[in-house]
Design a protein around this ligand. Structure first.
Ligand code: SF4
Ligand code: SF4
Length: 282
């Protein structure tokens, strides 16, 4: 079963929920897809065993062969090339490495050069298999790294995907294909606004969802009313608690220090399993 953990906005405690669920289960594959700011390792503290580079192929033009016909730029759906009468410009930061330009070039004037977007590291903490990706500084494209991380996911057992915050392409790339998505929010107007965007995204992707409300005793009742109206189950509420805030600030998982949370996260998983089972049989 693949469970993604997402949030419409940053700072809701998404990674806290994802990592503590993995630790409570003791056996899972955990993939941190927040490749711009991966921080699940701070809680899970895995032993990293392998590191691999993620690259794409960027076109390079042989000006001696190029006739400046313009076909490459016409074919590039990412506007990463511009052909002038005397030269061809390639904007590396826009290039997705799809290879279409070299395919359509009638003069074989395009060769391809590898460019590193970032790295993926894999490791382990006890029964948890850990994967995280890290985008190189200044690189805009997170999705190829997320795609490669997801290609390493196990075909059986429990896989937990920690999504980036928001509802942009890297989030969609992370959550698509999940059996269930857990949305972490707070009961504030900002939390509700971003939750609504995330719910809209999951509805389009037809992914089952449930909610965790963090800092549940601050803010207002609007999030509760919204979930009721939309028929989205609230699976866990975590109160504002200075002990939790302290543990999170130190990178210490809740389930180790506050044993009642181990049971809460096991129960959260059991509820998700039940929803996925019911959906599968309907
Ligand atoms: S398609 Fe080939 S020949 Fe035409 S402009 Fe591009 S690189 Fe040059
Ligand atoms: S590889 Fe694809 S994205 Fe990059 S310049 Fe060529 S056609 Fe455009």
């Amino acid at each position: 079963m693949i469970i993604s953990v997402a949030s419409g906005k940053g700072g809701t405690g998404k990674t806290t929920i994802a990592t503590n669920m993995a630790l409570a289960l003791e056996r899972a594959q955990f993939i941190d897809c927040d490749v711009e700011e991966p921080n699940a390792h701070l809680f899970l503290k895995p032993q990293i065993e392998k590191k691999m580079s993620v690259t794409i192929l960027i076109p390079r033009i042989d000006e001696d062969k190029c006739t400046h016909c313009g076909r490459c730029a016409e074919a590039c759906e990412f506007n990463a090339m511009v052909v002038f009468p005397q030269t061809v410009l390639v904007f590396d930061e826009l290039c997705h490495g799809c290879g279409v330009c070299s395919y359509v070039c009638p003069e074989e004037a395009i060769t391809e050069e590898e460019k590193e977007l970032g790295v993926i590291e894999t490791g382990r903490r006890d029964g948890i298999e850990f994967i995280h990706g890290r985008l190189n500084v200044g690189e805009p494209m997170a999705t190829p790294i997320i795609r490669m991380e997801k290609s390493l996911r196990k075909k059986d057992g429990t896989v937990i995907l920690d999504a980036p915050p928001g509802t942009s392409c890297p989030v969609i790339e992370t959550v698509k294909g999940s059996d269930f998505c857990l949305l972490v929010t707070e009961p504030t107007p900002f939390g509700l606004n971003d939750l609504m965007l995330a719910v809209g995204m999951l509805k389009k992707l037809t992914i089952s969802m449930g909610i965790v409300i963090n800092r549940a005793d601050v803010g207002d009742e609007e999030v509760y009313g919204y979930c009721r109206r939309e028929g989205i189950p609230i699976l866990l509420e975590i109160p504002m608690d200075h002990r939790i805030a302290h543990l999170c600030s130190e990178g210490i998982p809740l389930v180790g220090e506050l044993p009642e949370y181990r049971d809460k996260f096991i129960d959260l998983f059991a509820q998700i399993k039940e929803i996925v089972k019911e959906k599968g049989s309907s």
